[in-house]
Design a binder for this molecule. Structure first.
Ligand code: CU
Length: 101
């Protein structure tokens, strides 16, 4: 299992709904971390979120993140994915892959 982080900025003047990522053949999910009233942190699947005009959302350790399965025999330095938007064309981007060593 691999964790992924990224920053997404909406440079348009309308809100966009992010419905997930497609990094096929890898299986990836967007996750968010929430803290309950007892202070216990839990991560759960994030099915979609809204990005307002000029808003940037950071996926970072302890917060929103990407989980990927199937990268164990990876030989390449990056991973091509698409950002899936509601009512808009997918956006191509790449993750760079780093070994945890
Ligand atoms: Cu996770």
């Amino acid at each position: 299992m691999t964790a992924g982080y990224m920053n997404i900025s909406n440079v348009s003047d309308e809100s966009v709904v992010i419905n997930g990522l497609d990094c096929s053949p890898l299986i990836v999910e967007m996750h968010d971390v929430t803290t309950n009233s007892d202070g216990v942190m839990k991560m759960g699947k994030l099915s979609s979120f809204i990005l307002s005009p000029n808003e940037t959302i950071n996926f970072e350790p302890g917060g929103k993140h990407i989980m990927a399965w199937g990268l164990t025999d990876n030989q390449s330095e990056d991973l091509s994915c698409k950002l899936l938007l509601q009512d808009k064309k997918p956006i191509d981007f790449k993750f760079s892959i780093k070994s945890r060593g």
